[in-house]
Design a protein around this ligand. Structure first.
Ligand SMILES: C[S@@+](CC[C@H](N)C(=O)[O-])C[C@H]1O[C@@H](n2cnc3c(N)ncnc32)[C@H](O)[C@@H]1O
Length: 303
């Protein structure tokens, strides 16, 4: 009998939950090696969540207890889109006293991460295979409230009527008890280069509400990209966000910027490994920009 969590073939549900920031690679077909790795090490590292109405979604009523999953309380770092897990594996080795939770929608990427975690014999990292934009509010029990006039381009799940994008209504979902993150990492998200695809980019005004809900007050959202106009967009999003401060306003002006004097870029995060992915961009003439947002205690009224 088909359970309520297995309605993947329902086209209406699939359209509703289609991942917007994620381009499919290789039809998610896994190499045989990955099967073996997942069979052997998946149970250690993958948080096995009930799936939602479409592939790469989490069921809205999934109960996830992060403290139990890690079997301890420790500062939490959340990484979005770790790819093959190069940075994540490195960081988890460097900080055995931190818990690392990753969200990756690309199935072979999940298998590669798991293989890397196992080779490094890590015990402080877990991964959820899901579209992060859909999964984060569920895993952290967030109810995002927004006003469509304040946050353009989003399909809000509620309107608070005050005219500002406040987000973060205290949720009754049991997952709201999960610890908030010390840091949230979004390194080299899919760039969606064509202007008509920019709306698919993960870092957006609407996503700042989710990011703020995941982070503890004073927590840090670290971003990096090798696409200049995405770096400018990240900077613009953080500086407009009601829940974030940019501690590097005016720093490191970029002559290529459409507002060259403006700056707003962070120094390279010392905890960020030079990954193969970044190196490829660098060799192609695309040096990375780092952008940082510090989560405020409370939102500002004017962003
Ligand atoms: C360009 S790669 C960068 C990988 C890695 N961060 C690095 O720097 O090497 C972007 C990664 O984000 C993942 N991704 C994109 N959209 C996602 C989403 N909505 N949810 C989860 N992962 C996503 C992709 O599958 C891919 O692994």
């Amino acid at each position: 009998m088909e359970s309520q969590h297995q309605s993947r073939s329902n086209p209406e549900a699939r359209a509703k939950y289609r991942i917007r920031s994620f381009s499919m690679r290789g039809h998610n077909r896994m190499a045989r090696d990955y099967d073996e790795v997942l069979e052997q090490h998946g149970p250690t590292y993958i948080i096995d969540v009930p799936v939602g109405p479409a592939a790469a979604t989490v069921a809205p009523d999934a109960l996830i207890d992060l403290t139990a999953e890690f079997d301890r309380e420790a500062p939490l770092i959340v990484e979005i889109g770790p790819g093959n897990g190069e940075q994540l594996t490195h960081a988890a080795q460097q900080h055995p006293d931190w818990n690392f939770l990753a969200f990756e929608a690309w199935h072979p990427g999940v298998a590669k991460c798991v293989g890397n975690f196992a080779r490094a014999e890590l015990s402080n990292v877990r991964i959820i295979e899901a579209d992060v934009a859909q999964a984060l509010p569920i895993v952290f029990g967030l109810e995002i409230v927004q006003d469509d006039r304040a946050v353009q381009g989003g399909s809000g799940v509620g309107v608070d009527g005050t005219g500002i994008a406040t987000g973060l209504v205290a949720a009754s979902h049991q997952n709201a008890k999960n610890p908030r993150a010390h840091e949230l990492w979004t390194f080299f998200p899919d760039p969606w280069r064509k202007a008509r695809h920019h709306k698919r980019r993960l870092v957006s005004d609407l996503f700042t509400l989710t990011a703020a809900g995941v982070l503890e007050p004073g927590g840090i959202w670290r971003m990096a990209t090798d696409w200049e106009n995405y770096a400018w967009q990240m900077r613009d999003v953080i500086e407009a966000a009601a829940w974030f401060d940019n501690p590097h306003v005016g720093e490191r002006p970029d002559p290529e910027d459409r507002e060259p004097e403006r700056g707003g870029f962070a120094p390279r995060y010392e905890g960020r490994l030079l990954t193969h992915f970044e190196e490829r961009g660098r060799l192609a003439g695309r040096p990375a920009h780092d952008i940082v947002g510090v989560r405020r205690e409370a939102p500002t009224q004017n962003g």
